[in-house]
Design a protein around this ligand. Structure first.
Ligand SMILES: [Zn+2]
Length: 108
């Protein structure tokens, strides 16, 4: 392989996003008029903390470290064979994937 780079891993991002729980925004409207004022304020405080945690979790997920190495090669040899070769591996979750394609071009 002739080139390499480090990027964020799509599997790590998916796992991070899947583990984030959104606040239950409907809880406030369901509680309104059905609980005491102090219970409602406590619920509101909890919702604000849940919202802050949710935002932090989303930011953390979208700022994951670049743990996936990509190696790739693209080009044509002197016989006219065109090659695309790609592989990646994440050092965090151990996910890997490969793609290889070769085709003989019509050189005359
Ligand atoms: Zn990963």
């Amino acid at each position: 392989m002739s080139a390499d780079s480090w990027v964020r891993c799509p599997r790590c991002l998916k796992n991070a996003l899947d583990n984030i729980q959104a606040p239950d925004y409907g809880a406030l409207s369901r509680a309104y008029g059905n609980v005491s004022e102090s219970e409602y304020r406590a619920l509101l405080d909890g919702q604000l903390k849940d919202r802050d945690r949710y935002i932090k979790d989303l930011n953390r997920a979208h700022n994951l470290a670049e743990t996936m190495r990509e190696d790739y090669e693209l080009g044509m040899d002197s016989e006219g064979e065109f090659t695309v070769a790609y592989s990646c591996h994440c050092t965090e979750c151990d996910w890997s994937w490969k793609f290889n394609y070769k085709v003989q071009t019509p050189v005359g």
